[in-house]
Design a binder for this molecule. Sequence first.
Ligand SMILES: Cc1cc2nc3c(=O)[nH]c(=O)nc-3n(C[C@H](O)[C@H](O)[C@H](O)COP(=O)(O)O)c2cc1C
Length: 244
Amino acid sequence: MRGIEEKAEQGGTLWWETEPDRSALRRYFHERSVSRKNYTSVQIKKVKAVKRWDRKEGLALRRFEPQTELEELLLRRRTRRFRSAAEPDAELLARLLQFAVGVTDERSGYFAYPSPGALYPCTLFLSVDLPELRGNVYRYNPYLHVLELYAPGRADPLEAAIIDRELAAFPIKLFFASDYQLLEEKYGELSYRLLNQEIGHMAQNLSLCAEDLALNTVCIGGFYEEEFKRAVPDYDLLYVMVVG
Ligand SMILES: Cc1cc2nc3c(=O)[nH]c(=O)nc-3n(C[C@H](O)[C@H](O)[C@H](O)COP(=O)(O)O)c2cc1C
């Protein structure tokens, strides 16, 4: 800022961008936090220490036994890296999507999860191992509650995107992606943060609803976005979840 002021005081020509690229920061960060087959931007290490906590005096809170179904469900939810005994079908998938990430208020256009400015910047893509859906890439259209056939016969790149091959054996794979439509126009540099916050809400809804339907889930940060993009080039991939 000082530099700009000085330049103005000196009477020099001042150039500025009237339309800055609001997505530049997001691109910079997104491109530098990736896992690729021959390159990873982080070396993931085993951490043995426990989280440091500088204890303060305070009010000890009462502990309860769970009293409601929701409390039971929250207690029960766990990451289970194996398939449950339940055999998911298209009906189960429809219920999961409707209640966890669907439109719950048609009149106002609100969804089952909160969203920055009600813009719903995250879009879900699916690869599903069910006879009627197998092999294709679907995009969930929450507005119409439809699984849109997005890329026929192109599920292989989505399947290959999951690094842990045991998790790739789950029958339902959800890919949380975005093309940033409207978001950066409204929120500029805050957008990337807001998008990831929304995705956290979606994932939590999905894992709790799946738990309620006796299905196991794993949230996955270990994925190859470049594989996903072979089938879905126009969206960035931010999170993956397997259900089954
Ligand atoms: C953002 C995020 C990324 C994760 N990535 C992976 C992953 O790539 N592979 C995996 O097996 N588990 C992954 N997990 C699951 C965590 O390991 C798990 O939530 C944690 O061990 C706590 O267990 P719990 O979910 O049963 O409470 C991830 C969880 C989160 C929230």
